[in-house]
Design a protein around this ligand. Structure first.
Ligand code: FBP
Length: 558
């Protein structure tokens, strides 16, 4: 197989482990902390997880390994959207497992949790693993979004575990996948199957974090990749001076990705969904906010700029949320077919006008026709509008154009407004992991094995103190139930890991808030450039600004 020079060089990179894990498996012991409680709804979560609830948090430290030696047969699963570093979780897990005993076995279940249910697996060996070290992607075994939830699926997973003599399963995933890990751990424990389950925190969205988990892996590399591209676009904008670029970035509901990219690149505008919700901003107010920046810059002769739009933004606009709710009702069940059978857009438009409340129709009516049509295109398996498919970068640039035309008619604006649109998401999910993600992920995998060796189940592999050099990182484990609460999902109360949205009182947002006016009216762009893998540590081992601001290694005055 032909490989690129960088790929070859990255095979040789030795990821850094936390200092406490560096002395070798035989010199790692456990320090147990306090019993834990779920973040809310304690009685309900405890009742649902009688075997795994309330366990102690733990930390590893240097000392004699006191775990009971036994042959380990571990299965690993990559679950959900790709995130840079997944291969290193697998290689860290493999290295620890083989360092403990060469006879230990690591199986990879293919294409997500369905691999465990369907017993679709591969056994890892040195040669196989070595081809994926420090590389991006999840292609080592593939990923998938299947949720193990029916009794038949649990039984099939148990049968697979029994067939292979599995002692543990490691699930590498986001909040939903780790919720699933907790449910599986409870099932195996309740049925006394002797199979431990350990989760690892993954997602580029950055919304799987809390007091214990400082960040999910992949966020660092993905945001650095988008920031490189946004910085390049800023430089292009500043060179040609003729376009406003509207850049939508992935991240689902939370705006962590958009905020981090803004902190890295200092664009003229960055919308934050959580702020839009808190201030109950309407589409018209958001468009005015952007138009103010366009007009202020035009008055200074700068008919160009960059605006970052988080993909989940429209969900947070109250009037848009209501509109989407009404559309979901309007097209529920067989009504979709009735709607699709209407021959022309004019017929469909009349159907929509009749079905929506006047308030929601007024919102619908100001949308550009292309966006109106997108609202009636693809639905998710539950029949809902998929907001992430809405081209919100085009929506807002069209609304801003309308605002500017209005201002022109009133003699308040006489600039130019030519636009370009971009969507950055898939570009960053499989990049070569940054040194931070390569080290963090390898440590998470290595640490996951330590949790297995010491007999823990229903735990998330936890590596903290991440804003400091890897030598000072702290390795340990956190019961997944500690992060759970009850939420409404598909009409039912379900135990789930609480998702972290952008904290409007947190330092990352405060930093942005303190600077955004200046950024919006002037040209303060910064150009992060490409991720650096080799060279001085101050450019190669940078954490995200979000983490640095949260942990105080970057101050609000920097
Ligand atoms: P996870 O939540 O599974 O980590 O996925 C993150 C993500 O990249 C989101 O940012 C994005 O909205 C979604 O996946 C896209 O999903 P898909 O790969 O199915 O198109």
């Amino acid at each position: 197989m032909k490989i690129s020079p960088l790929q070859k060089a990255r095979y040789e990179y030795s990821p850094k482990l936390p200092g406490m894990l560096r002395n070798g498996i035989s010199d790692i012991c456990v320090k147990e902390g306090e019993p834990t409680q779920s973040v809310a709804d304690q009685d309900k979560i405890k009742a649902l997880f009688p075997n795994t609830y309330g366990k102690k948090e733990i930390t590893f430290q240097k000392g004699t390994n006191t775990s009971v030696a036994k042959k380990q047969v571990v299965g690993v699963i990559l679950s959900g959207g790709q995130a840079p570093g997944g291969h290193n979780v697998v290689s860290g897990l493999y290295d620890a497992l083989k360092a403990a005993d060469r006879n230990n076995v690591l199986l990879g279940f293919r294409n997500g949790p369905s691999g465990l249910v369907e017993d679709d697996f591969v056994e890892f060996n040195d040669e196989f693993i070595n081809e994926y070290r420090n590389t991006g992607g999840f292609d080592i075994i593939g990923s998938g979004r299947t949720k193990i939830e029916t009794p038949e699926q649990f039984e099939a997973a148990a049968a697979t575990a029994k067939k292979h003599g599995l002692t543990a399963v490691v699930i590498i995933g986001g909040d939903d996948s780790n919720t699933n890990a907790a449910v599986l751990a409870e099932y195996f424990a309740a049925n006394k199957l002797g199979v431990q389950v350990i989760g690892c925190p993954k997602t580029i969205d950055g919304d799987l974090k809390n007091d214990d988990i400082e960040c999910s892996f992949g966020f660092d590399t993905a945001t650095k990749t988008y920031s490189e591209l946004i910085g390049n676009i800023e430089r292009d904008a500043n060179s040609a001076k003729k376009y406003w670029h509207f850049v939508k970035v992935m991240g689902r509901s939370a705006s962590h990705v958009a905020l981090e990219c803004a902190l890295e690149t200092q664009p003229n505008i960055c919308l934050i969904g959580e702020e839009v919700a808190a201030k109950k901003m309407s589409l018209s107010q958001i468009a005015d906010y952007i138009a103010d920046s366009v007009a202020a810059r035009a008055a200074k002769g700068m008919n160009f700029g960059v605006a970052i739009i988080p993909e989940g933004i429209v969900e947070f606009v109250p009037e848009f949320g209501t509109l989407i709710g009404e559309i979901n009702e309007l097209l529920a069940g067989e009504k979709t077919e009735e709607f699709n059978a209407l021959p022309t857009w004019a017929d469909k438009y009349a159907f929509i006008k009749k079905g929506l409340t006047p308030a929601s129709f007024a919102v619908f009516d100001i949308l550009p026709e292309a966006i109106q049509k997108q609202l009636f295109l693809e639905r998710d398996p539950h029949g809902n509008v998929q907001v992430s498919l809405i081209e919100s970068e085009k929506l807002f640039s069209a609304l801003v154009a309308d605002k500017l035309e209005q201002r022109r008619k009133e003699g308040k604006y006489n600039g130019k407004f030519k636009t370009q649109h971009h969507f950055f998401g898939y570009e960053g999910r499989c990049a070569f992991p940054s040194n931070f993600d390569a080290d963090y992920c390898y440590s998470l995998g290595y640490n996951a094995f330590m949790l297995i060796q010491y007999g823990y189940t229903g735990y998330l592999s936890k590596v903290s103190n991440l804003s400091r050099p890897a030598e000072e990182w702290v390795a340990g484990g956190m019961p997944i139930t500690k992060m759970m609460n009850m939420e409404r999902r598909n009409g039912e109360d379900k135990p789930v890991i609480r998702k972290a949205l952008v904290d409007l009182n947190g330092n990352p947002f405060k930093y942005f808030e303190a600077h955004r006016k200046e950024w919006s009216e002037n040209t303060c762009f910064t150009f992060p450039g490409a991720i650096q893998y080799y060279g001085p540590t101050e450019v190669c081992d940078l954490t995200t600004r979000t983490l640095a601001l949260e942990k105080g290694t970057m101050s609000l005055d920097d």
